[in-house]
Design a protein. Structure first.
Lengths: 194, 548
């Protein structure tokens, strides 16, 4: 259990709130409960938005839109599965909507001829989250979207293909290329550090 | 390193990572929620749209059912009348034939003639009085006959048959009495003549009711009479008539006149006295008047009168008029150049009522939406850039001097922003229309007023200092009125009859805005004019009379 989850649990304990009470309060348009929900999850979802956005301004817009959607659709939550997962899905969908507006080009890449760089676990074990975020944000738009969706959000290639309107094979090739690029960047970073 | 290890590392690092969230973000979310919380105007409400749609659909279905019910009722009642009238005709024929006495047939015809020709003064004063009474009796008999038809409609065929059998027994007795009475009449007994005439007048009335549904009667007579020798006279006449004259009135006239003519030359035929012989001319007149009375009972109302429902939709083009109300012409030019009107749409329904044969009044409810493009320059960023300029020069002593000047340049970037403004209105048309027609094609000239119930504005515009402000009438600044606008309406319509009670129409129109849509505080007056073509359908609502 990470520190964040511990923090959320402490907050809930302090406010004597379960997920059910939190959701109920938000559905009843209770401003304090809504604010509490925002405080609990805003930082986490901001990270999600930053991974898809071009800059922090766009990420803020995404987060704002995401929370408005969450509050508007909270009554549709059926208490099946994780509440956080449900909210995250909404935020990711908002991010994807912004991506669609940018009209990203996804090009199929021939991955067989490329040599994968050799990266030892020691090379990246010392990388912090912020550094990783920067590296991910340096990836081309298409790579970044597929990498985020597959590696971090856990979507399958078929789901990604449906969400982004591309072929599953394109998603796979984009992921391989994204991973390779990211590893190359980590190696470069390692060389600089040395 | 495997891909999975790398992926898991990234996921672990980032899945629960928290980033900095600006403090004002919550305020923005609250503000956005507040905007979305604002109640929608009632015509944007889904329930309202559903109700309107349901009303329109229900109206259409009801009209269709009414129309179809109306015709089925008419056809049913016509069938019943045909059955009844056929029965009566057959009975009358049987009666005349069963009596086998030419005198009785003559007396029947004679009495019919007497009833049919109230103006015949040759019979004398007593006969005239009898004629008047008989006319009344005839009318009563008609009503009774119609009542019987309706009652028969509700009973089974078996009951109908029994009533026929009963009539066959009763009528000959009356007819048998008739010749005697008539003979007595010749011997000077006027009272007996009256009795016999009144008896026969009932029979005549029954026959009259039969005549009004002639075509089918003929067919049924053909099917009913060939097996009966007693009906030979009428059947033979009808066969001839069906070959020559399709009109039953004509055939019936011929039946009567033929029987008169034939009987006139029989031995001992008392009808040879000119007093009681009905001339063919009189019969024609009487029959034509009889036909008028009978045909208007059950047939659907085809005249242009009653109530109509009109459903229509129109593409239209709006033009905006802006006049200064304290602001400079420069401002008006900027305001005018920033906006461009686009096509709008109008849809609604009207109820029409005929006031006279050509004049209708119409009212209903309609929805109008107009679009407008608003384009302006938005200053997005201003930067002050310090520019350093270094210059060097050498003086007379050979010393090189470097001089640096600094200046500040302000850079600003602008973006052309385009907003589509929409004006949505709910309106009541009050229209008078003069309509005429040529065959199936109707044309109409209409004029009236359109009252604005409510208007909802969306978009942006300039305020009087050229700042961009929300357009909405419900917003705090309230630049525009939300209701109480009036427009004059004029149109020319072409209607084409496409089916029973349904007309398709096209109606080019022009609307002239009488009142300003802007508030006085805005500094200019704005009003809208529009032109378009209504395309729609008009349904005639069936009247209760026609359904009965």
């Amino acid at each position: 259990m990470c520190l964040y989850q511990l923090f959320v649990s402490i907050l809930k304990y302090l406010y004597h709130l379960s997920d059910y009470e939190l959701i109920k309060g938000c559905i009843e348009q209770n401003p304090q409960t809504q604010r509490m929900l925002f405080e609990l999850y805003a930082g986490k979802f901001m990270t999600v938005c930053l991974r898809y956005a071009i800059d922090s301004m766009e990420a803020e817009d995404m987060l704002q839109e995401g929370f408005v959607r969450i509050f508007n659709n909270l009554h549709q939550f059926k208490f099946e599965g994780s509440f956080e997962g449900w909210m995250r899905r909404i935020v990711v969908n908002v991010c994807l909507k912004h991506l669609q507006r940018r009209k990203i080009q996804f090009k199929e890449i021939d991955i067989e001829n490329n040599n994968e760089p050799q990266l030892s676990p020691y090379a990246y074990s010392n990388l912090g989250a912020d550094e990783l975020m920067k590296l991910i944000n340096q990836l081309p738009e298409g790579y970044k979207a597929v990498f985020n969706l597959n590696v971090i959000e856990g979507y399958s290639h078929d789901e990604i293909a449906e969400l982004l309107g591309i072929q599953a094979s394109t998603s796979r090739s984009q992921l391989v290329k994204a991973r390779r690029l990211l590893q190359e960047q980590i190696i470069k970073l390692e060389k600089i550090a040395v | 390193m495997t891909e999975n290890l790398f992926d898991n590392f990234i996921k672990d690092k980032l899945s629960n990572h928290e980033s900095y969230v600006p403090q004002n973000l919550w305020d923005k979310i609250v503000a956005e929620k507040e905007i979305k919380k604002k109640p929608l105007p009632f015509w944007k409400n889904g329930y309202f749209k559903g109700i309107i749609l349901a009303l329109i659909v229900t109206g259409l279905i009801s009209s269709t059912i009414f129309i179809s019910t109306n015709y089925s009722l008419v056809s049913n009642s016509t069938k019943n009348q045909i059955i009844k009238s056929t029965t009566n005709v057959i009975e009358a024929t049987k009666t005349t034939n069963e009596s086998t006495s030419k005198n009785s047939l003559i007396s029947v015809d004679k009495n019919i003639n007497n009833i049919k020709s109230p103006k015949d003064n040759k019979i004398g004063s007593s006969a005239n009085e009898d004629n008047n009474e008989r006319s009344i009796t005839t009318e009563n008999s008609k009503e009774t006959s119609i009542a019987k038809i309706n009652s028969i409609h509700s009973i089974s065929k078996r009951a109908l048959k029994s009533s026929l059998v009963k009539k066959e027994h009763t009528i000959p007795n009356r007819i048998i009495n008739a010749p005697t009475a008539y003979n007595d009449n010749n011997g000077g007994g006027d009272e007996n003549v009256s009795e016999s005439k009144s008896l026969l007048s009932k029979e005549k009335a029954t026959i009259n009711s039969a005549r009004s549904f002639a075509k089918t009667t003929k067919q049924m007579q053909h099917s009913a009479t060939p097996n009966s020798e007693n009906n030979a006279l009428l059947a033979s006449r009808d066969v001839k008539e069906s070959n020559q004259k399709p009109n039953i009135s004509e055939s019936y006239k011929d039946n009567i006149s033929t029987s008169i003519v034939e009987n006139k030359f029989e031995k001992g035929n008392i009808i040879s006295s000119d007093k009681n012989v009905l001339q063919l001319k009189d019969i024609n007149k009487t029959l034509s008047s009889e036909n008028k009375n009978t045909t208007t009972i059950h047939l659907p109302d085809t005249k242009r009168k009653g109530w109509y429902v009109e459903l229509y939709a129109s593409p239209d083009i709006d033009t905006k008029q802006i006049n200064s109300n304290g602001l400079s012409n420069n401002y008006l030019q900027k305001q005018d150049s920033a906006t461009k009107s686009f096509a709008g749409i109008t849809a609604g329904f009207r109820i029409s009522k005929t006031i006279s044969n050509h004049f209708l009044i119409k009212s209903g409810i309609q929805f109008k939406e107009s679009a407008e493009r608003f384009r302006y320059l938005k200053q997005t960023d201003i930067k002050n850039v310090t520019v350093l300029t270094t210059r060097s020069y050498t003086d007379n002593s050979g010393t090189t001097v470097y001089q640096t000047d600094s200046s500040v340049v302000q850079q600003s970037s602008v973006v052309v922003k385009t907003v589509f403004n929409t004006y949505k209105s709910l309106e009541i048309p009050l229209i008078g229309s003069w309509e005429s027609n040529f065959k199936k094609l109707h044309w109409a000239v209409s004029g009236g007023a359109i009252l604005n119930l409510a208007t909802y504005y969306e978009g942006q515009t300039f305020d009087n200092t050229l700042n961009v402000v929300p357009l909405g009438a419900t917003q705090t600044n309230g630049l525009f009125k939300s209701n109480a606008n009036v427009s004059l309406y004029g149109s020319v319509s072409l209607l084409y009859n496409v089916g029973n009670s349904i007309d398709a129409f096209a109606e080019p129109y022009y609307r002239y805005g009488l009142s300003n849509s802007s508030n006085s505080s805005i500094g200019y007056n704005q009003r809208f004019n529009s032109a378009g073509i209504n395309f729609g359908l008009r349904y005639k609502i069936p009247t209760l009379k026609s359904i009965k």
